[in-house]
Design a binder for this molecule. Structure first.
Ligand code: NAD
Ligand code: UD1
Length: 450
């Protein structure tokens, strides 16, 4: 049977897990009635460049689903992978007629600290991100900087993730293949003072997003959870099966969302969800263009040290030096934000390939004390960081670090950047941008690339 490439100009790829059909609206070509794996193989044989992971995901999940003629989908997928791996972008489908179908990865809260770094990692891995952010804790000036780093204008839609109708529209317009959900509030102290603000934003945005994804037929999600779900751990290193609890409303929202996602996956196995429990993300992209830009007085250690080193604050208050640790100060698992970002790409790859529900720690597995971080920062910056020992901070634990072996096993990922790199990159960002994004030229939201 001849294959007519012309009709694929306006081809619509449907990630219909039951049928695996390729459909072209308004056309009646016999190829389109065949199982999608057949269509893919046919396209490949005619020399077209084509790759479409969602189709594979559906096919793989059903293993050796038979195409009716005794050939199994899996064998065809292997043939495909063998021929094209590494040569083509994962989510783009090219046709000889010049048509390109681009599927996007949606990053809610993608203008923020972790989302912006993940955006860079996604582009490097060959994906096309689109950001939704309401800029409640970020600045649009990050967008031209992302463009400078990646060489691409990153599409961005300004809006609230809790708005399900808006999100459904975005998911459909950008043919979103998978979502990474970063949007949310994260300041522990503020969540204690204003609990409703946290319950409202973190839970409503998750619910709005899940409703929109259901409506748009997108069921692949990476969620930003936190080591905070382990509460006060009984031991270190922490494994994913440790008991969970919460000590503040922020932590409670993470725990509730984890439970919500588990129920959803039980109710509908078509969902593929990765829950990533971050330890202490620090550092910045080495170019010094993007980084952590907390508003007001930083709550967390690394941005506070950076601001002392750059002269914005006189000294660091060290919260407690009587813990049972190497030097009496608190020990944490600091992870370079780019390692964390690459962990997201690994999780996304795993979801698109295998489609499953997984929960993993993203940490280095190594603990560093407050004073060890201070010394490393002084070395990296060449600046002195004066310290004042204070009483313990309420709610702090002595030690908290991950056992990251499950992430290595399931995702083939592990953190590789050192504490020295974390401090060096944090310093470059801080010293080049003493006032964060606020002093950058005000930038409009970059128009989308549709
Ligand atoms: P961030 O504040 O820098 O980024 C969050 C982004 O979400 C911001 O750009 C903000 O404007 C946006 N946002 C918030 N609510 C929104 C809404 N309703 N609609 C649209 N946009 C919204 O925070 P981050 O450090 O990048 O953290 C990202 C995620 O990772 C958060 O969910 C956070 O709880 C989680 N996390 C962060 C850390 C950390 O130390 N940074 C640790 C563990 C988990
Ligand atoms: C914080 C959050 C936690 C989140 C984690 C990851 C709180 C109470 N908890 O925890 O929910 O999952 O970040 O990002 O905010 N320190 C000082 N002086 C300072 C700041 C911090 O000595 O000015 C010490 C702390 O006592 C702690 C260490 O530095 O021992 C790290 O503190 P921080 O950066 O706030 O992270 P976590 O306490 O791990």
């Amino acid at each position: 049977m001849a294959f007519n490439s012309e009709i694929y100009n306006d081809l619509e790829v449907r990630t219909d897990l039951e049928g695996f059909h390729l459909e072209a609206e308004g056309h009646d070509d016999p190829w389109l009635k065949r199982p999608a794996t057949d269509c893919c193989a046919a396209l490949l044989m005619t020399g077209r460049r084509l790759q479409c992971w969602p189709l594979f995901r559906g096919a793989e999940r059903r293993g050796n689903r038979n195409d009716g003629e005794g050939r199994c989908a899996e064998a065809r997928i292997r043939l495909w992978r063998g021929l094209i791996e590494g040569r083509f972008l994962r989510h783009q489908i090219y046709f000889s007629t010049g048509a390109v179908i681009i599927q996007h990865i949606l990053l809610t809260g993608g203008a923020g600290y972790i989302g912006s770094h993940t955006c860079v990692a996604l582009v490097h891995a060959g994906y096309t991100p689109v950001i939704v952010d309401n800029f409640s804790n970020s600045h649009p000036a990050v967008l031209p900087r992302l463009r400078q780093i990646t060489g691409q204008a990153i599409a961005c839609e300004q809006g609230d993730v809790a708005d399900a109708a808006f999100m459904t529209d975005v998911l459909r317009r950008y043919r979103v293949q998978a979502v990474m959900h970063f949007a949310g509030y994260k300041a522990v102290g503020e969540s204690v003072a204003q609990p409703l603000k946290y319950y409202r934003n973190n839970l409503a945005s998750m619910l709005g997003l899940l409703e929109a994804m259901t409506a748009a037929g997108c069921r692949t999600l990476v969620f930003s959870s936190s080591a905070t779900v382990y509460g006060d751990p009984h031991a270190v290193p922490m494994t994913e099966d440790f008991p969970r609890s919460h000590t503040n409303p922020y932590g409670h929202t993470k725990l509730m969302i984890e439970d919500m996602l588990a129920s959803l996956c039980r109710a509908d196995p078509a969902w593929a969800v990765a829950v990533l429990r971050y330890f202490n993300p620090v550092g910045a992209h080495p170019g010094g263009l993007i980084g952590d830009d907390p508003s007001g007085i930083p709550n967390n250690l690394m941005p506070y040290i950076s601001q002392v080193a750059v002269g914005k604050r006189p000294q660091l208050q060290v919260f407690g030096n009587d813990y049972p640790t190497v030097d009496g100060t608190g020990v944490r698992d600091y992870i370079h934000v780019l390692d964390l970002a690459e962990g997201h790409v690994a999780a996304l790859n795993a979801l698109l390939e295998h489609g499953q529900h997984l929960t993993v720690n993203l940490g280095t597995g190594q603990g560093h004390s407050v004073l060890q971080v201070v010394r490393a920062f002084e070395q990296a910056s060449g600046r002195e960081v004066p310290c004042q020992i204070m009483p313990r901070r309420a709610g702090d634990v002595a030690q908290c670090y991950a056992d990251p072996s499950l992430a290595r096993q399931l995702l083939g990922w592990q953190a590789r950047r050192s504490l020295a790199e974390m401090c060096g990159d944090a310093w470059r960002w801080q010293s080049q941008n003493p006032d964060g994004y606020r002093f950058g030229a005000p930038a409009a939201v970059v128009p989308s690339r549709r």
